[in-house]
Design a protein around this ligand. Structure first.
Ligand code: ADP
Ligand code: MG
Length: 177
């Protein structure tokens, strides 16, 4: 399962898998901090992609101001136990998971948003039947991962049923450290 997510991880982290034995490209200078990672989770249509795009603009500015702040968002990962085990096995000691940013949104709102997105996204899975299955998969496989991080005190939850701008304001108040 991790390999299926490899491309996405590569894009977000800018890393190669498996990481080269001499260290991550980001860490060629040993004095640099380990990358700080935020897992971004929530149901399909909760607004993960929308908010990540906005947060990244802010993070880019932060990183430009201080090259040692290596912060990364991973959108929609880990989705299940298999993803999490793959992450732990591959990334142990190479990156610190700061917290899970949880976009908490009512299932029906999620479905309605995806149906709306489907009108222009071209995503074949943005239809009601497939969305109801994706919500079930989210509840059965992803929500337990969020609960696991919650038990560790590592979940920052945002009410994602609010408007895009309201959710953005809440998201941007959260500091990654
Ligand atoms: P996800 O990545 O969690 O599946 P997206 O960011 O792709 O969700 O958002 C799904 C759809 O809902 C998109 O069409 C997006 O424009 C819209 N959307 C995202 N956040 C909100 C919001 N807070 N209120 C209303 N619509 C939203
Ligand atoms: Mg998305």
């Amino acid at each position: 399962m991790l390999s299926r997510c490899r491309h996405r991880l590569l894009l977000v982290l800018g890393l190669s898998f498996p990481p080269p034995s001499r260290g991550l490209p980001l860490l060629c200078n040993r004095r640099l901090m380990k990358p700080l990672v935020v897992f971004v989770l929530g149901g399909p249509g909760a607004g993960k992609g929308t908010q990540c795009a906005r947060i990244v603009e802010e993070m880019d500015q932060t990183m430009a101001a201080n090259a040692q702040k290596n912060k990364f968002l991973i959108d929609g990962f880990p989705r299940n136990q298999d993803n999490l085990q793959g992450w732990n096995k591959t990334m142990d000691g190479k990156a610190d998971v700061s917290f899970v940013l949880f976009f908490d949104c009512n299932n029906e709102i999620c479905i309605e948003r995806c149906l709306e997105r489907g009108k222009s996204s071209g995503r074949s899975d943005d239809n009601r039947e497939s969305l109801e299955k994706r919500i079930q998969t989210y509840l059965q496989s992803t929500k337990p991962i969020i609960d696991l991080y919650e038990e560790m005190g590592k979940v920052k939850k945002i009410d994602a049923s609010k408007s895009v701008d309201e959710v953005s304001v809440l998201s941007l108040q959260i500091k990654v450290k």
